[in-house]
Design a protein around this ligand. Sequence first.
Ligand code: GTP
Ligand code: MN
Ligand code: MN
Ligand code: MN
Ligand code: MN
Ligand code: MN
Length: 200
Amino acid sequence: MEKFEEISQTEALSKYKHYKHAAHAMLAADDPGTTFGCKRNAVIMMQMRFDGCIGFVGGLIDPEDDNPVDGLNRECVEEIALDLDKVKFEKENFLLCHIVHDYKLVLHFYGKKIPLKLFYEIEKRAVLEAEEWGNETLGLIRVPLSLFEQGDINKRFKAFLKHNFAGNAKRQLLTGMKMINVVPEDYRTYSNKGFIGQLV
Ligand code: GTP
Ligand code: MN
Ligand code: MN
Ligand code: MN
Ligand code: MN
Ligand code: MN
């Protein structure tokens, strides 16, 4: 299996210019709702990809893109018709960078928290307007982030993590959701103790 190593973005962009670069992103919103009596912590957007795997929106950086974040915004327009006047990724939204030497591939990962109402608008617009809808993007998914039930990690989230994920999207999800603060403190303690490690 291919190996994803964490690398600093600066090093990846200077030393590994000759590799392919891709940028993907997590859009999230705090969500105070409940599903069948179980509290939702937040909503996180992922997608069903054309290849049957679950991943984040984004894609390969093309020669016309000035940098990863420009490429990411362009891919977001293609895949979900993101309205960049309302939501645009910035350099500051960078979270993680991984390198896969076997594939000569660098994966940049970004994340941003937005208001819930805007999150819903993005979903609707994707279905109606995105040029890649039904092609690269087969559907948007709200990750079932009802994290706890009776003090134990929720089986809905565990079940979700058993799907097939593109690249290291699962690791990006588990790390990114902590980095952008869409999980409660008790979940951090829980996952830092290694419980979540058993799921990966
Ligand atoms: P084309 O427009 O067809 O070129 O695709 P794309 O530019 O949208 O590229 P894609 O999103 O497929 O991403 C490029 C590479 O990144 C793929 O080879 C995947 O293995 C990997 N990849 C795709 N989605 C994710 C993701 O969510 N996370 C990570 N880490 N890698 C991903
Ligand atoms: Mn694409
Ligand atoms: Mn893509
Ligand atoms: Mn592309
Ligand atoms: Mn494309
Ligand atoms: Mn499914």
